[in-house]
Write a protein of this length. Structure first.
Length: 98
């Protein structure tokens, strides 16, 4: 299945990757590797992850945890593609406004 990354999710991922590279010199590529693993997983299993209550979406939104970098990847299956909606810090006390 095709996976598309929204402009918002791309910005969030770019910011997280930059932070990771600047602050984790012993594992500068860990964020990128974890994100690519999630994208590969979604190509194979587009409904992977746990359901996330998000309004006003008319389709189910799910999230997958990137465990080592502590980010959630929020996504929805829309038609024949999976759209990455946000890449959000798992430690935040709330989810993203989608």
């Amino acid at each position: 299945m095709k996976v598309r990354v929204s402009a918002r999710a791309r910005r969030e991922a770019d910011q997280a990757e930059s932070w990771w590279r600047a602050n984790r010199p012993s594992s500068v590529d860990l964020f990128t590797r974890e994100l690519l693993e999630v994208l590969d997983r979604l190509r194979e299993r587009p409904d992977a992850g746990t359901l996330y209550e998000a309004e006003p979406f008319e389709v189910p939104v799910r999230r997958i945890l990137m465990p080592r970098t502590e980010r959630h990847v929020y996504h929805a299956r829309i038609g024949d593609e999976v759209v990455i909606l946000a890449v959000w810090g798992a430690r935040r006390r709330r989810g993203p406004r989608l």
